[in-house]
Design a protein around this ligand. Sequence first.
Ligand code: GLN
Length: 486
Amino acid sequence: MELNELTIHELKDKLNKKECTVPDIVNSYLKKIKEAEPKVDAYLTILEDEAMQEAKAMQEKLEKGEEKGNLFGIPIAIKDAICTKGVRTTSASKILENFISPYDATVMEKLHNEGAIMIGKTNMDEFAMGSSTEHSAYKTTKNPWDLSRIPGGSSGGSAAAVSAGMAPCALGSDTGGSIRQPASLCGIVGMKPTYGLVSRYGLIAYASSFDQIGPFTRDVEDLAILLNAISGHDDKDTTSVNREDEDYTKALVKDVKDIKIGVPKEFFEKGINEEVRDTVLKAAKKYEKLGAKVEECSFKVADYSLATYYIIACAEASSNLGRFDGIRYGYRTKEFKDLKELFKKTRQEGFGDEVKRRIFLGTCVLSSGYNDAYYVKAQKVRNLLRQEFAKQFENYDFLLTPTSPTTAFKIGEKMENPLEMYLADICTVPVNVAGVPALSIPCGYSKEGLPIGMQLIGNYFSESKMIRTAYTYEQNTDWHNMHPNI
Ligand code: GLN
């Protein structure tokens, strides 16, 4: 087996036993990037020289016995929405084409402290708005399982990089499903942690009350390792929660006998592809066999969550994106006669269609006359959704649903119809609206050989128990051992 086919914990093991060096590891990923990247287009920036230099420095430390950190010598790919000091950070937008971040996001500082090596910045939908990575201003990432299909989005580059063996792990951000949905469509593990568990400092904002950074990995053990590295209180983020750090690797135990799982029927009805439904229901049966208590339940307000999400997300986006004006960051139009025209032309030329659509929608729902009817109403429904989750978690530890209503769709298939594209998030957005955590793990393959993922949704800060529940399923199945031929 090549080094680039291993998990974080396997790589750590090899390093410990001196069966390989840090430069061997980085080299192996760079080699795979050379082979697969021309087909997959997962990266916007590849840090070949920087990563190799760091690897050599790390190896010296290792030989001197100075190695530190739980991700020592492990390469990682970073979504281009996360600020990385001295490295181009574009959020896949033309408006940030030449933006070199002057500082590191908190998660980047944490990764450096643990000894991780950033290998590149990954492609995404512009400003994380989308479900397919087709809304990038630069390129469309392809699904490593079938290059004619999308990898999901908006963190599609991160998911495709891990799935194709071009990184052992990656970070993404999830505002309405952008980690879980691409993880599901690429056959890997992805988690959106509880809102506030991971600092958002240095994450380019889309919808601040939903955004959350989270990990992509090849298995659940790696997920625990990476979550340990990035979670924790941060003074620089006022929404960061101040609670004692947990060691998520302690949850890597195979036992679900005390776990109660609800299967909300509304998540299996209209719009859900039959193969996806059957596969996820099979996983529910598997949980039963493993000793969990599983029963069907009903999630009342599911129907309203998509509208609620898009109203609030667009409202917040229209405000967050006000800062891109040609003065402070990145792109500036070449010719303008006054300040107003500078703003106007910069934004006209710098933003893509989907971003403009969201700014427009957000501005509408916040404008006087519409504010009460849309924005305020959506906030009320948001509360109902929170209450509905709270009610579910009185009875169940987790809700089990499909992550995505379909397997990966064809490139171009939904580009002409934004509403169709928005429906790709039907199973994931309620989670962000309430702020609870959820993860996606592989649970099967379609007849065409495309990955299918299931979603576990839990109560606030239930990550440890969620990791245990996912780990138990994973260790009793083989899906995590399947990789695309790329
Ligand atoms: N697809 C959803 C949207 O476009 C979610 C995106 C995300 O989670 N960043 O808003």
